[in-house]
Design a protein around this ligand. Structure first.
Ligand code: NDP
Ligand SMILES: O=C(O)C1=N[C@H](C(=O)O)C[C@H](O)C1
Length: 266
């Protein structure tokens, strides 16, 4: 297999550190640079707690893309900077693999257009864990038979975006097949604003944030005298890494933007 040259944005983050380990442990991946908010001009190996990789750190994505020859940019940062990184990578012909969540519909449309104009592959994956992809697929299957559904996503309390990318993607997938309906009593009233959660196409989405959690989601379906619950739990961030690896390998073979690993894992 040819070596894939990777730039990683967000190397000191919870996901970034795990991604550095993945790159270090994968023979055909090479870390050629990292984009961080601080540590301009240093090497990853000089930063305490990070693997001993000899890759330079840049604080400016454009400078990095100009100076470093790379195939793929893996972005694990924040929506504000992640959208800039993704756009710049596409402009410089580097294929983005984006785990960062919180992009708007407009961001996705703009990036999709740029990717197709440039003919450069891009993967935006709200969740890299195989079990989470299956949870979303199974939920879409179930929604054909159960149109009453509520999503509860539970995350650690350092998460910036709500609902989670996974919760939103699940609602999108369900709404593709679900008969549109308003759930609950027609005269239902929220005594406390927000009690029924957010809604996407009439699907209620509830976000829980607690210390001790990592990433969890339940999709609850209700029918006549029965219910179905589909749950996924990530107990550590290593659970996302097989999906990151697959995405880095797959993005090299595509020339459009793919949103969601359910489109890759058949
Ligand atoms: N797709 C998936 O499967 C998963 C996606 N995620 C998503 O990945 C993203 C990162 O999550 P997580 O690792 O937990 O978050 P962290 O907050 O731990 O890491 C984010 C990192 O991005 C860095 N950062 C912020 N601004 C910039 C910038 N301007 N340039 C470069 N780096 C920057 C932060 O640096 P600093 O510390 O200095 O602020 C931090 O190191 C989130 O959007 C999250 O939702 C998370 C888990 C799984
Ligand atoms: O921030 C996180 O931690 C996670 N973010 C992603 C999301 O928003 O769905 C994926 C996973 O749930 C962990």
């Amino acid at each position: 297999m040819n070596t894939i040259r990777v730039i990683l944005a967000g190397p000191r983050g919870r996901m970034g550190i795990e991604a550095l380990r993945l790159i270090a442990d994968t023979e055909h991946f090479e870390l050629v640079a990292a984009v961080d908010r601080i540590h301009e001009g240093k090497y990853i190996s000089e930063i305490e707690g990070l693997p001993k990789l000899q890759a330079p750190i840049y604080t400016d994505i454009e400078k990095c893309l100009k100076e470093v020859k790379a195939d793929v940019l893996v972005d694990l940062t924040t929506p504000e900077i992640g959208r800039v990184h993704t756009k710049k990578a596409l402009e410089y012909g580097v294929r983005p693999v984006v785990g960062t969540t919180g992009f708007s519909e407009e961001d996705l449309q703009e990036l999709k257009q740029l990717s197709s104009e440039k003919g450069i592959g891009c993967i935006i994956a709200p969740n890299f864990a195989i079990g989470a992809i299956l949870m979303m697929k199974f939920s879409q299957m179930a929604a054909k038979y159960f149109s009453d559904v509520e999503i509860i996503e539970l995350h650690h309390d350092n998460k910036l975006d709500a609902p989670s990318g996974t919760g939103l993607k699940t609602a999108e997938l369900i709404s593709e097949v679900r008969e549109t309906k308003k759930q609950g009593h027609p005269e239902e009233k929220e005594i406390l604003i927000g009690a029924r959660g957010a809604t996407y196409d009439g699907i209620h989405l509830h976000s829980v944030r607690l210390p001790g959690l990592i990433a969890h989601q339940e999709v609850l379906f209700g029918g006549f005298g029965e219910s179905l619950k589909i749950r996924h739990d990530s107990y550590n961030r290593a659970s996302f890494m097989s999906g990151v690896k697959l995405s880095v390998e797959t993005v090299m073979k595509i020339d459009v933007l793919v949103y969601g690993l359910e489109n890759i894992i058949e």
